[in-house]
Design a protein around this ligand. Sequence first.
Ligand code: CTP
Length: 205
Amino acid sequence: MKILITAGPTREKIDPVRFISNHSSGRMGYALAQAALDAGHKVTLISGPVSISAPEGADLINVISAAEMAESVKKHAPEAHAVIMCAAVADYRPAHPLDSKMKKQSGNLVLELERTEDILATLGKNKRPGQLLIGFAAETDDLEKNAVDKLRRKNLDWIAANAVSDGFGTLTNRVTLFHRSGKKTVLPLGRKSDVARDILKEVLS
Ligand code: CTP
């Protein structure tokens, strides 16, 4: 199968030296790419800026911003049998990024942010028959409710949910998978490589 995986954070430019981002390490997405390669699949890995190296054998595409990730995902998704959106894509970006370094002034600074495209929701709207769409939900509260809401809202087949404290920027993860049918699969806490293998086994079975 051809599997498209996204990983890591995105960076949203404020000015030439500053950006908005998050603590995603990319490890879960990279582990999924490795597990998919190990299982004999063809992998395209679209990655935000991370400090780990990509699995050998994956077609790696590096992007920086949510807009670049959206463009690349939409280009490669049509030929993918399965798309796994593991990236922590920024929901907002500065509305007016500057080409010159911002100088400080007295008083507070208010930064106007605008919405980025919800890449997964776009894929959900354009899903072709037979294509598997898998999302991730990292939550601090109401894990199951928020995850299942996202599964439905974005027209996904599966969503992999984890508490932020269990898997964001860490070496291990504890994931629960929810299927559109209502099926729920609780995976044990483990190294991201083991969790990745378990996720793939369940969603591709
Ligand atoms: N995602 C995406 N494009 C975005 C934001 C998120 O494709 N602009 C994807 C992520 O890769 C992940 C899933 O959507 O697979 C969940 O992201 P999240 O931001 O938590 O979902 P939201 O629906 O935006 O909900 P909220 O931010 O309110 O928790």
